[in-house]
Design a protein around this ligand. Structure first.
Ligand code: URA
Length: 208
């Protein structure tokens, strides 16, 4: 499975700020958006371009345009919304497909409670957004859903990933491309990434 750790001084710097205990909601939100932009830059590096003819200020010329499949971003509720604006800053024309899952406390399996996908999603590249790739349960369920809808080109953007979640993704969906700012040490007994960021949803929405 292709995993890219976006190892850039700006990303490392901003991730370090995100890890500070007591970070304000405003700072967390802004930094999450900034890292999302940088991950998008890397994740779109392999998109193909084609030449088109335009009228430039000095006359006709050929310029590059992104070719091929268009993109849909897929924020996983709710924390994925914290990356969405940053990604859309870079890909303003992308359609948004929203996925909401909760965990059934008995089976521990993710259950879909809200799904609104872009039309003809099978013709698009899907870019899943979730700040934390922890156990991978919700992510796998989201990928299953996208594949059921016909998506064949799927990538995931994460601020921080856990080795356990990456290993599960590798077993279940080795074709999915991963872009992450860091791979941390491990998951604790409550499913939090260590050292991680804490509860990314609470930090983005200021609900703690
Ligand atoms: N979700 C979070 O918000 N943080 C973690 O560390 C794991 C899952």
């Amino acid at each position: 499975m292709p995993v890219t750790v976006v190892d850039h001084p700006l990303v490392r710097h901003k991730l370090g700020l995100l890890r500070e205990n007591g970070i304000s909601t405003k700072d967390f939100r802004e930094l999450a958006g900034e890292v999302a932009r940088l991950l998008t830059y890397e994740a779109t590096k392999s998109l193909k371009t084609e030449k088109i003819s335009i009228n430039g200020w000095a006359g006709p010329l050929e310029v590059d345009r992104i070719a091929g499949k268009k993109i849909t971003v897929v924020p996983i509720l709710r924390a994925g919304l914290g990356m969405m604006d940053g990604v859309l800053d870079m890909i303003p024309g992308a359609k948004v497909s929203v996925v909401g899952m909760y965990r059934n406390e008995e089976t521990l399996e993710p259950v879909r409670y809200y799904v609104k996908l872009a039309k003809k999603i099978h013709k698009r590249r899907a870019m899943i957004l979730d700040p934390m790739l922890a156990t991978g349960g919700t992510l796998i369920a989201t990928i299953n859903l996208l594949k059921e809808a016909g998506c064949r080109h799927i990538m995931g953007l994460f601020l921080v990933s856990a080795p356990e979640g990456l290993a599960r993704l590798e077993r279940e969906h080795p074709d999915v491309m991963v872009y992450t700012a860091a791979i941390d040490d491990h998951l604790n007994e409550n499913g939090y990434i260590i050292p991680g960021l804490g509860d990314a949803g609470d930090k983005i929405f200021g609900t703690k």
